[in-house]
Design a protein around this ligand. Sequence first.
Ligand code: GDP
Ligand code: IMO
Ligand code: MG
Length: 428
Amino acid sequence: MSSVVVVGTQWGDEGKGKVVDYLAEQADLVVRYSGGSNAGHTVVANNKTYKLHLLPSGILYPNKLCIVGNGVVIDPEKVLEEIANMKAQHVDTSNLRISTRAHVILPYHKILDELQENDLGDKKIGTTKKGIGPCYADKATRTGIRICDLMDKEVFLEKLTTNLAYKNRLFKNMYNAPELDLDTVYQQYLVFAEQLRPYVADTGSLLQENISVGKKTLFEGAQASFLDLDHGTYPYVTSSNPIAGGVCTGAGVAPKQVGTAVGVVKAYSTRVGEGPFVTELLDETGHHIRERGHEYGTTTGRPRRCGWLDACVVRYAAQLNGLDYLAITRLDILDELATLKICVGYKLNGELIKHIPASLKELAACEPIYEEFAGWQQDITNVRAYKDLPENAKRYLERLSEITQTPLGIVSVGPSREQTMIMCELFK
Ligand code: GDP
Ligand code: IMO
Ligand code: MG
């Protein structure tokens, strides 16, 4: 058995797509296990940039089985759009399989996402408005519609009728918003159903069959540890479990079938959407990082909030995910800075604390304790071996590795496949 899980250690957009695409070459299967089209994974390959939201980042290789697991929420229109885009770029999508057990995003989920956000006013979460929260809420209250339901006209009509009647009552009586027409939604989704049918499979069984004959599996995390519904900065989180533990429920494998864990760490911190951010930089340095790093969301285009690398966050993610290796990305974005900082501890009410507080009030009151590092102030985008990185860059990375007690496995100095240094053997 040989499997690797790639997870985000911060607040998303760490470069998971790049790392998964890079590692996919060595894998037989690439599996998404959580989230939905709120994810935006960018892969640069063959001189082209691909923006993936629901399709696993292994899709660019012709012979990899790409699975969208039961833990993912599927917007049929979006996934079909992505498939069409891939086909237009001559990417073969015939190896894509979507779980019969995955839940379906319906138009009312997206409308509710927007209405709930508007209702929250200045307390809004800052969601991607893709209907993620409302769809997972229906899953949890056991009223959701799954892909297997969508595949059966009668079952789908029955469930849609019940659900829509309820959502329309909400729209009309609570939000004073227009109601949706049952037949319009039904007919639209029947068309989607037929287009999706060739890709639909019992992905849990498929995965088990492949694992049992020794196939190498790569699990692709979306979102990140601090956006995890249970372990992130609740309520400013997503509605699923992106951490390594989520692989079991979201793909249908046992804990002992999840092998090596790789945590992707952006060389600094960013966050899109609301919520506490202890190392946020609201000054010229934050602005410099955002502009030099083009830190604008892949999914929504929103400017990302930028800050210093927070080793407390990465250390917690290392414990939570049982990280075997760190994969550092976007180190090159720091090339021009004269001084860098890493947050190595939090002070709360004048006391050094060792944990990340659950209470947002306490987290917001935490002050970062920084260590300073001299920058390298040279272009590192052409470095291809770890030993050739400037000493100051190595010092910065090795201190992070020391604080998090996790070895460096990958260092990335640019978006393309060639700009990757690998110092570990992942698939054993
Ligand atoms: P994901 O959501 O974790 O997959 O990350 P995103 O794709 O949303 O954002 C990461 C961005 O950084 C993408 O535009 C990648 O192409 C880019 N990227 C990844 N690694 C590197 C790197 O080492 N250097 C630079 N400059 N860009 C990178
Ligand atoms: P990738 O996979 C960054 C954030 C949203 C918002 C919160 C809840 O590209 O790293 P949601 O729409 O999920 O209900 O929004 O989570 N968020 C992300 N931020 N990268 C992502 O995915 C994200 N997916 C969700 O901005 O703060
Ligand atoms: Mg992203």
